[in-house]
Design a protein around this ligand. Structure first.
Ligand code: PRP
Ligand code: MN
Ligand code: MG
Length: 185
């Protein structure tokens, strides 16, 4: 039996800390979007847990849709190229879109998505990002609803993966160095 807890070096953010931060941002968004019906766009796969918590903490009518984007593959650093694995089923023309994302690392994924949603005719595009890693930002990005600023460490959990695993961890953590072996310089 291999327990994922045995792979963790240290926890960065507990489940309770995560839920509290998400709920603050969701309450602010509920006020800001009151009277409108925002379209929450979940950036799969990483944002799956964040979308669930964020949408359940919002108190106004909303819609949600899902787009699966990939820029990482199996490594720990961005390829710089965004691949659409699965597109939205909603026409975003005239919609107030609120992107829900797990992490802004280089910013490449979200700057591509913001651009793409505007190109498709969204009335407005804002972002909630649970995590931001300023040390790695390559492009400037306007994140209206902010979560945690984290150090330049490769983190997993609450949707974030290493080589597709560890998304089911309910906190955010750094894995033991041997797990990343051959990946990190
Ligand atoms: C990760 C993460 C963000 C993106 C952030 O996704 O979930 O979507 O990278 O990195 P960036 O700011 O450098 O673009 P990934 O490509 O690993 O796909 P996944 O969500 O399916 O894990
Ligand atoms: Mn992602
Ligand atoms: Mg990933």
């Amino acid at each position: 039996i291999v327990d994922i807890q045995d792979k963790i070096d240290h926890e960065l953010l507990s489940h309770d800390q995560i839920m509290e931060k998400i709920s603050e941002a969701a309450q602010q968004a509920s006020e800001d979007y009151a009277g409108r019906v925002p379209l929450l766009v979940c950036v799969l796969k990483g944002a799956v847990n964040t979308l669930t918590a964020f949408s359940q903490a919002m108190s106004i009518p909303l819609e949600m849709d899902f787009m699966s984007l990939s820029s990482y593959g199996s490594g720990t650093s961005t390829s710089g190229k965004v691949t659409v694995r699965q597109d939205l089923s909603t026409d975003v023309r005239g919609r107030d879109v609120l992107i829900v994302e797990d992490i802004v690392d280089s910013g490449v994924t979200l700057s591509w998505l913001v651009n793409e949603l505007k190109r498709r005719g969204a009335a407005s595009v804002e972002i909630f990002a649970l995590l931001e890693k300023p040390a790695r930002h390559q492009v400037q990005l306007d994140v209206k609803y902010k979560g945690f600023v984290i150090p330049d460490e490769f983190v997993v959990g609450f949707g974030l993966d290493f080589d597709e695993e560890y998304r089911n961890l309910d906190s955010i953590a750094v894995l033991k160095p041997e797990v990343y072996e051959g990946e990190l310089a």
